[in-house]
Design a binder for this molecule. Structure first.
Ligand SMILES: [Zn+2]
Length: 159
């Protein structure tokens, strides 16, 4: 099997007074995502998609959220480990497409920086990583700004 695809989905609640980490960078906002790690919903969706592509479990099995070593951890460290797992299994990333769903803040101005940082983390070119953003027109938990979600689809190739 030469090519495989994977998909990932993640949700985190938003709370006032938390740092808002998304796509590997810190974004100024009055709220931040809540979670055991830095709660970076985009990295978690991408990580789950990569693990899913080669059917080796999910984020929770590799990095349990009750393990103190992952408390407050920079999710880029987890993503690096996942890319190492891919390499150990003789797969490389072809491309990644992702969507972050949130009402606020507007993240369009930060997407280039996220792509830069995360493509470096995964040792790929920026052209291999797409990050998009959408709102839900005030519908649902994202629209009420109670939380945010992200989805990712990846294609990987046997090396
Ligand atoms: Zn998560």
């Amino acid at each position: 099997m030469c090519y495989r695809i994977g998909q990932g989905y993640d949700v985190h609640p938003l709370a006032a007074g938390r740092s808002f980490y998304l796509g590997g960078i810190l974004i100024p906002h009055s709220k931040g995502a809540v979670g055991h790690s830095d709660a970076d919903v985009l990295i978690h969706a991408i990580g789950d998609a990569l693990l899913g592509a080669i059917a080796i479990g999910d984020l929770g099995t590799h990095f349990p959220d009750n393990d103190p070593q992952y408390k407050g951890i920079d999710s880029k460290v987890l993503l690096q480990k996942i890319v190492e797992l891919l390499q150990e299994n003789h797969y490389q990333i072809v491309n990644i497409d992702s969507t972050v769903t949130l009402q606020r803040p507007k993240i369009a101005l930060f997407i280039l920086e996220m792509r830069k940082v995360l493509s470096q983390t995964m040792h790929i070119n920026m052209a291999q990583l797409s990050i998009k953003a959408t709102t839900t027109e005030h519908l649902g938990f994202e629209g009420r700004e109670e939380g945010l979600s992200a989805t990712a689809i990846v294609l990987v190739k046997k090396t």
